[in-house]
Every structure is written in C-alpha cells, then in structure tokens.
Design a binder for this molecule. Structure first.
Ligand code: SAM
Length: 141
C-alpha cells in the first residue's frame, strides 16, 4: 500500500495517499460504505501530482482514470452495501454563450454499470438531488 502518512486507532484508520493505490491494499469485500467528493474533472486543480484526478488533460482521460477508482470501490465494497458520491454536471466552458454541460452523474453511473454484472442497467441506480455550498448536487448509489 503506497501510504505517505497514516494514523491507526481502535476506532478508525486514516491513510494519506493515492486512493487507487491505497484501496489496492484493502481486502476484497471489506468496506460497508464509501462517501466522497471527487474532482469534477478539471474544473479545479488541487495539486500538481499526476495521480490527482483533476490533472487529466481532458474529460475522456479523466473518466478513464476515475474508472480505476470505481473498479476498486466495487472490489472492496461488501455485497449489498453502498457508495455515495458528491457530484454535479460540469460546465464545458465559461464564455457565457451556451457552453453546455458534461453529464458527470450519468457518466459515473455508466462507469459503475461497467463494473457490475453484465445485465446491470443505469436505472438500477438512484439519483438524489440536494443543495450544498457548490450549488445543486446529485449522487448515484
Ligand atoms: C472535490 S475535492 C474534495 C476534498 C474534500 N473531501 C472536501 O470535501 O473538502 C477532491 C479531492 O480529491 C483529491 N484527489 C484527486 N485525485 C486523488 C487520488 N487519486 N487519490 C486521492 N485523492 C485524490 C484532490 O486532491 C482533492 O483534494
């Protein structure tokens, strides 16, 4: 497990590292719930680390990278348990002249479907709406 720093107590374990590499050290079917907020592709850049999902050159490459996160989540999550993701549509530009949006929630649902049984359908997943500091959000579970 590639961990930069960690703290392990009786009640919790915190690991600082690339989530894909860190999850790679977890046993299969060992997690009940994952809850997280991923980068919204390149909307904001958080670090200059090439492992940072926000540093992919375009939306398609970001989704390919993010697919490894979802694959690991599927491997480590116990059957019947949950993953929740803070997510929203992503603006394609900022000109104010009809820039359009990427359907990021839809694409994340699609990535989850690709990791599941062959007959998995996007309609098997719920979308919820809410509000937070960033505005409207949705998650797929
Ligand atoms: C939308 S922010 C959420 C931050 C924090 N959870 C919060 O709510 O304030 C996304 C975070 O994911 C981090 N991140 C990006 N790629 C990562 C990776 N491969 N492994 C671990 N963290 C990553 C980014 O550096 C950034 O800090």
């Amino acid at each position: 497990m590639a961990v930069r720093a960690q703290e392990i107590t009786e009640n919790y374990a915190l690991y600082n590292g690339d989530c894909i590499e860190v999850m790679g050290g977890f046993p299969d079917e060992s997690i009940h719930l994952s809850l997280y907020s991923p980068p919204f592709a390149g909307l904001y850049h958080y670090t200059s680390d090439e492992r940072d999902l926000s540093n992919n050159p375009d939306y398609e490459t970001f989704l390919e990278h993010y697919g490894f996160v979802i694959s690991e989540l599927h491997r480590v999550t116990l059957p019947g348990r949950m993953t929740a993701v803070h997510i929203m549509d992503i603006p394609k530009g900022n000109t104010g002249r009809g820039d359009g949006l990427f359907d990021f929630p839809g694409d994340v649902i699609e990535l989850h479907c690709q990791c599941r049984k062959p007959d998995c359908k996007a309609s098997d997943f719920k979308r919820r709406k809410g509000l937070c500091g960033h505005g409207e959000w949705e998650y797929a579970a």
